[in-house]
Design a protein around this ligand. Structure first.
Ligand SMILES: [Zn+2]
Ligand SMILES: [Zn+2]
Length: 196
């Protein structure tokens, strides 16, 4: 070995014993340990969101802890493979969507009597002659036969047509003449009272 060249083993020892390198090494170790504990906490919370079981989150955290700070990445891979696929919020959302879809199908697509498929704008079921809708006489839109009045224009189906139109017409168009007639009738009554 030539005289001028430094010993590689001595360089390594100097590097290891350098206080800055030692400090950096300690910081890295602390960081990895924090990462390990943080991952265990993440697994705990993640499992909490995916199951109602109160014990499984502790198992998930224990799995991460068990694999030590050196190997916990393998525990994370294992956990990602075996954890429940959906969170409980996703399961709830999916069940809501399925429920509303089912309700939609049952409400709009099937005859309430014979369960035959019908269109949403049919007046009667062609299979069993059940009345599905009625045409509102005021606005000509399709009204549900169970509605007591039209949801679109407020036409009251329970009353007879004449009784339904007469008050509406008097309030809407004949109100001024009606009130004027009342005034003249009152004046006539007053005149009758003052003139014996
Ligand atoms: Zn039917
Ligand atoms: Zn109407």
């Amino acid at each position: 070995m030539p005289e001028g060249l430094p010993d590689p083993g001595k360089i390594w020892d100097d590097f290891i014993n350098n206080p800055i390198v030692q400090l950096a090494g300690q910081l890295i170790v602390i960081y990895v340990v924090l990462l390990w504990l943080g991952t265990a906490y993440w697994a705990f919370r993640d499992m909490q969101a995916r199951t109602e079981n109160p014990i499984l989150p502790y198992f998930a955290a224990a799995l991460i802890i068990f694999f030590t700070p050196l190997l916990f990445v393998f525990a994370v891979i294992l956990y990602l493979i075996v954890r429940p696929r959906e969170t409980m919020a996703e399961v709830y959302e999916r069940s809501l969507a399925e429920e509303s879809l089912l309700a939609e199908v049952e409400k709009n697509e099937l005859c309430p009597v014979c369960r035959d498929r019908v269109e949403s704008d049919w007046l009667v079921c062609p299979n069993c002659r059940t009345r599905l809708h009625r045409v509102c006489p005021s606005c000509n839109r399709l009204a549900d036969p169970t509605w007591p009045l039209c949801a679109y224009c407020g036409r009251d189906f329970e009353r007879t047509p004449r009784a339904a139109t007469a008050p509406a017409a008097s309030t809407a168009t004949q109100a001024p003449t009606g009130s004027r007639r009342d005034v003249t009738a009152e004046q006539g009554a007053l005149g009758g009272a003052t003139n014996p």
